[in-house]
Design a protein around this ligand. Structure first.
Ligand code: NAP
Length: 302
């Protein structure tokens, strides 16, 4: 913990839990807007933007501690060039995000959310849904979360397929070099790769057409990976069968067209939002800051 009397300036760039804010306030002078030039630390979320314009305003910045694992808003080339450490909270949220991906997959296939709405509205009818077991499941992005999804998906899957930047020889599944080939080979396409330029709108009309009329899209990664108007069109005209979405192009805005569709399950970017996970993420943020200001090795560094 930094010297109590010094209380370095910290810029809070994202909403955090009261417990994390309390822990930070014990160590730092917190700023929610207009950070002073003496700011030495930023705490942000997975969607926070730290670009050169902000870095230019904060010449004393030493560390950006991200409360999440997404870092597509962080200009890593610029932080590295300035010697600024960037930390995230991997591992502690992996299981929660993977659980949600499986939940969305099952909810779409078995009509759980739509039937819940119907029962609450006084209806008691059963439209036949799709069998969830025995499907070919494809995962785009086989990192921490993608692998955790695969472990959970294996009992449901007739076949497991995946795409990543490199082949994973130890993984029992079929590698596809590109997402169009992956989509064509599976019934359920689960997106678990980072956002950013390399994956922007990688799920486009052609990929959705390859997924096909029985296909389900599940996205727990970032809204930026999906061409959302193309997805809406594909759902409206039956190019694909359904979608389970935790992330959107312009959060918290969700297209009305998606809200109107029973074959779509909507979720408010809640992948890591469990009591347990958020507590562990907060502890890791604080542990990284404590290590940095004590001159010790960081626990998680990009
Ligand atoms: P990770 O361990 O870094 O894994 C990322 C995977 O994506 C890796 O397998 C990587 O391939 C692959 N990948 C990266 N760029 C690619 C590209 N251009 N084309 C194909 N594959 C690519 O990350 P993670 O912890 O699993 O998290 C994945 C993403 O989930 C995060 O970046 C974040 O955006 C999102 N997320 C969402 C929530 C939520 O609340 N919904 C919560 C946490 C995270 P290689 O293995 O070959 O490098």
């Amino acid at each position: 913990m930094p010297n109590e009397t010094s209380h370095p300036d910290l810029y809070l760039l994202a909403g955090v839990s009261p417990a994390l804010e309390h822990a930070l306030a014990e160590r730092f002078t917190l700023h929610r807007k207009d950070p002073p030039t003496t700011t030495r630390a930023i705490v942000g979320g997975g969607m926070s933007v730290v670009d050169t314009a902000l870095l230019d305003r904060l010449p004393a910045l030493e560390i950006v501690a991200i409360h999440g694992v997404g870092h597509d808003g962080i200009d890593l080339a610029a932080t590295r060039a300035r010697g600024i450490a960037v930390t995230t909270t991997p591992d502690v949220l992996t299981d929660d995000v993977a659980d949600l991906a499986i939940g969305l997959m099952l909810a779409v296939q078995r009509g759980i959310a739509a039937n819940d709405r119907a029962v609450r509205g006084g209806e008691w009818k059963v439209d036949l849904s799709r069998r969830a077991s025995g499907r070919r499941i494809g995962i785009f992005g086989l990192g921490q979360i993608g692998k955790a999804i695969a472990r959970r998906a294996r009992p449901f899957a007739r076949e497991l397929h995946y795409t990543a930047r490199s082949i994973k020889p130890a993984f029992e599944g079929v590698f596809h070099a590109d997402i169009a080939s992956l989509a064509a080979a599976c019934d359920v396409l689960i997106i678990a790769a980072p956002g950013g330029d390399a994956t922007h709108h990688i799920v486009d009309a052609a990929v959705l057409a390859a997924l096909g009329e029985d296909g389900i899209l599940v996205n727990i990664a970032r809204g930026s990976l999906v061409d959302e108007p193309a997805l809406v069109a594909a759902l409206q005209d039956g190019t694909i069968a359904g979608a389970g979405l935790d992330v959107f192009a312009d959060e918290p805005t969700v297209p009305d067209a998606l809200k109107a569709m029973d074959q779509v399950v909507l979720s408010p970017h809640q992948g890591s939002a469990t009591v347990d996970g958020r507590a562990e993420m907060a502890a890791l943020v604080v542990a990284n800051l404590d290590a940095h200001f004590a001159g010790e090795a960081l626990l998680t560094s990009l």
